[in-house]
Design a protein around this ligand. Structure first.
Ligand code: E4P
Length: 217
C-alpha cells in the first residue's frame, strides 16, 4: 500500500514529502477552504513539492456534469500530475466518462458503498475513494467497505485503484493495508503518529545514556 497525504497545507505537505513516504496528495474543498488561499496557487505550490498524483476537487457548488467537465478540464490544465476529484453522483459519473475519454485522470470521492465504487470504476475512474472514518462515525465499520471493494475489484480484475480515505488513526492505516487498499490518503498528524512508539523513544534514550556514560558528550 502506498501513501498520499490528505491536506492542502503546504507546510504539512513539505514535511511529509521530506520524510520520503508519500507519493501523492489529496485535497478537497474543505481542506482548501481551511487554508483560505486561492485554489490554483495552492495546487501549483503542491505540484512544485510533490512529484506524484495531486487530487483537486471540483467546487462543492458544481453539481451538473457539464459544470464538472468544464471545471475538471481547468483543474487538469494546472499541472500534468493533476487528478480531478469528482463526487459520486450520476452527474459525476457522466463527467468521469467524458474526462477519462479526454485522457484526464479522475478520483471518484465520497464513496460509501461497494455499488458506488463499482459504478465509478466502470465509468472509467482512475481512483475511487471510499471514506472509512465517516462510516465509523455513524457506527458502520468503514473497514468492511474497503474489504468489499478490494474483493470485487480483484474478482473482476478492475484496474481502478482504491484510495482509502477519511483515515483517522494508525489502526485505520494498518487495517486498510491488510484489506488490500492500493493507497491510503492520510492526514499529516496521523503520519506523524505512525512514526512513534514509546519503546523506540526509550531505546534511543538508553543508547544515548549508555554511550555518554563511557564517552561523555
Ligand atoms: C479524501 O480524499 C478526503 O479528502 C478525506 O479523506 C476526507 O476525510 P475526512 O472524513 O476526515 O474529512
Amino acid at each position: 500500500m502506498r501513501f498520499f497525504v490528505d491536506t492542502a497545507n503546504i507546510e504539512e505537505i513539505r514535511k511529509a514529502n521530506e520524510m520520503g513516504i508519500i507519493c501523492g496528495v489529496t485535497t478537497n474543498p474543505s481542506l482548501i477552504a481551511k487554508e483560505g488561499r486561492d485554489f490554483k496557487q495552492v495546487i501549483e505550490e503542491i505540484a512544485s513539492i510533490v512529484d506524484g498524483p495531486i487530487s483537486g476537487e471540483v467546487k462543492a457548488t458544481t453539481a451538473d456534469a457539464a459544470g464538472m467537465i468544464e471545471e475538471g478540464r481547468q483543474i487538469a490544465a494546472i499541472h500534468p500530475n493533476m487528478v480531478v476529484k469528482i463526487p459520486m453522483t450520476s452527474e459525476g459519473l457522466k463527467a468521469v466518462k467524458v474526462l477519462t475519454g479526454a485522457g484526464i485522470k479522475t478520483n471518484v470521492t465520497l464513496v460509501f458503498s461497494a455499488a458506488q465504487a463499482l459504478l465509478a470504476a466502470r465509468a472509467g475512474a482512475t481512483y475511487v475513494s471510499p471514506f472509512l472514518g465517516r462510516l465509523d462515525d455513524i457506527s458502520m465499520p468503514g473497514i468492511d467497505l474497503i474489504e468489499e471493494i478490494t474483493e470485487i475489484f480483484s474478482i473482476h480484475e478492475i484496474e481502478t485503484e482504491i484510495i482509502a480515505a477519511s483515515i483517522r488513526n494508525p489502526i485505520h492505516v494498518i487495517d486498510c493495508a491488510k484489506a488490500g487498499a492500493d493507497i491510503a490518503t492520510v492526514p499529516y498528524p496521523v503520519l506523524e503518529q505512525m512514526t512513534r512508539h514509546p519503546l523506540t523513544d526509550q531505546g534511543i534514550k538508553k543508547f544515548q545514556d549508555d554511550y555518554r556514560k563511557v564517552f561523555g558528550e
